[in-house]
Design a protein around this ligand. Structure first.
Ligand SMILES: Nc1ncnc2c1ncn2[C@@H]1O[C@H](COP(=O)(O)OP(=O)(O)OP(=O)(O)O)[C@@H](O)[C@H]1O
Length: 488
């Protein structure tokens, strides 16, 4: 379809006033188009050639609305760093409505759209730096096969926005099948609005669990929790396998359908460091990389608590108990693929744990090591792998490779086929923070070409892209552990 044929409909906003507030965006001053995402246009059923349509500037800066759009700030609450905050909601974003692509609805959400009743002390704005980070991350996770919200377009402006320093305001249109967070359910539970809570459960089930639609309320709520537990386990398994740390896993940043949601101070691992804390403001390491599975379960507990109005404690517990085994199974399958193992053996878990220990002891680059292992053909010395580990760890590396060789013998797989399969499981390009910062720096000086290059690489991170080797390199020491704060 052409851009001119797009009409938005409203299902969430039509649930009623208890769910949020209708409010128009506050347009950005002096807007200019930074990027339109052809891959997302395709998702929405809009012609890719429409990426060149000048209308995006006005649509993406809040000046012009899509036909049918009735912008809506959603009300939600949530637990932030373990503490319940009743005052949350879309404080700088608006649900514009949804596009139906052949029966598949996609919601459009304008981020940075100005103040709403839920802005508290905020200015309702987002800055170019943080919108670029969100734009890149959505493509990076999607490219790696991990569920994520994505961005349709990004608009910059000449509007000054005060953060730690003066930055420029920007807006992006976020696209997702749903913007419902755990915190939406918590809001209705903690304010004792049980009828609205039931409405929300019914709405979510109708969208994502049609088989549960005709069930009574209690069974719908239980089915929903089971579904979210499953989706969240799959999501976290994906994060842990690629070395992604979200940074702010508050319950208002947890999507009910298991998308990676709200990109703030996230980070991909450079050196393999399980305790990696990417959020500069996370003083206790609550959201450290290796804490994510436990925190996700904590958040699921908070969701379960919100559903306790309808579901018995025994049933809630039963749903939650499915999380750990599901996560372990999904993670093991992903790690087997990274190691080129097709069959499943009990000892694989140990083989994987030993490798991770070796990587940790070596402070080896997580992505580069697995990519190099994808080219391994049993050679000794394994030069490419040795280059990624310090001399003092070479003996341990050889020992691990001996075990790996034995395991591969039992697989009896063809080496070339294994290498090819591993190259589709171990990316060459990940969104390292120093790369994100590099394109932000150039974008802030008005040059968006590096941003476009990085987006292309992240959309096909398993391909070789031979002319882009520098984008695959490990960061210089100064590019590791960049202090990324929540400010956005
Ligand atoms: N500049 C701002 N102005 C107004 N409200 C804000 C601002 N920044 C954050 N908020 C609000 O503070 C709360 C927590 O913010 P958080 O950074 O988790 O979300 P966000 O990045 O603004 O949005 P989202 O979760 O939709 O991606 C949310 O209610 C959010 O709307």
């Amino acid at each position: 379809m052409k851009l001119s044929e797009v009409t938005l409909s409203h299902h969430y906003a039509d649930l009623g006033d208890a769910f949020g507030t209708r409010i128009a965006p506050t347009p950005l001053e002096n807007p200019h188009l930074v990027h339109v995402n052809p891959a997302v246009l395709q998702l929405l059923g809009v012609d890719e050639s429409e990426a060149d349509n000048p209308e995006w500037t006005q649509l993406g800066c809040g000046k012009k609305l899509f036909p049918g759009s009735r912008p809506f700030a959603m009300k939600y609450t949530g637990h932030q760093f373990g503490v319940y905050n009743p005052d949350l909601g879309d404080g700088r974003a608006l649900l514009l409505g949804e596009i139906d692509n052949n029966g598949e609805p996609w919601e459009l959400h304008l981020k940075g759209a100005g103040k709403t009743p839920y802005s508290r002390f905020g200015d309702g704005r987002a800055v170019l730096r943080s919108t670029i980070r969100e734009y890149l991350a959505g493509e990076a996770l999607t490219g790696l096969g991990i569920a994520s919200t994505r961005a349709l377009c990004l608009v910059g402006s000449g509007e000054p926005v005060v953060r730690e320093k003066i930055e420029s305001g920007a807006m992006l249109i976020r696209v997702a099948r749903s913007h419902i967070r755990f915190g939406h359910f918590e809001h209705f539970f903690y304010t004792h609005q049980l009828q609205a809570l039931q409405q929300l459960i019914e709405f979510t089930c109708a969208r994502f669990l049609p088989e549960a639609q005709s069930l009574p309320a209690s069974e719908q709520a239980e089915a929903l929790l089971r579904y979210t537990v499953r989706q969240t386990a799959k999501l976290v398994a994906g994060w842990q396998s690629v070395g992604f740390a979200h940074g702010v896993l508050n319950t208002d940043n947890m999507s009910i359908i298991g998308d990676t949601f709200d990109y703030g101070p996230y980070g991909f691992l450079d050196d393999y460091e399980p305790g990696f804390i990417c959020n500069h403001s996370d003083y206790t390491g609550r959201y450290a990389f290796d804490k994510q599975p436990g925190v996700a379960l904590w958040n699921l507990n908070a969701l379960a608590h919100a559903l306790s109005a309808f579901v018995s404690t025994e049933k809630l517990r039963d749903c939650l108990e499915a999380f750990q085994p599901r996560l372990t199974e999904d993670y093991a399958a992903l790690m087997r693929a990274k190691l080129g193992l097709q069959q499943e053996e009990e000892s694989d878990q140990q083989l994987c744990a030993d490798l991770l220990q070796l990587l940790e002891n070596s402070a080896a680059d997580y992505t580069l090591f697995f990519r190099a292992l994808s080219h391994y053909r049993g050679e000794r010395p394994a030069e490419a792998l040795r280059e990624l580990t310090p001399v003092g760890q070479h003996e341990a590396l050889d020992q691990w490779l001996d075990h790996y060789d034995h395991r591969l013998e039992r697989e009896n797989s063809d080496c070339q086929q294994r290498n090819s399969a591993m190259l589709t499981a171990n990316p060459k390009f990940v969104l390292r923070n120093y790369l994100a910062q590099k394109v932000i720096d150039t974008a802030e000086s008005g040059d968006y070409r590096p941003l476009r290059t990085l987006l292309d690489l992240l959309q096909s991170p398993f391909d070789e892209h031979p002319h882009c080797e520098t984008w695959a390199a490990a960061p210089p020491e100064s590019g590791k552990h960049m202090p990324i704060s929540c400010s956005s």
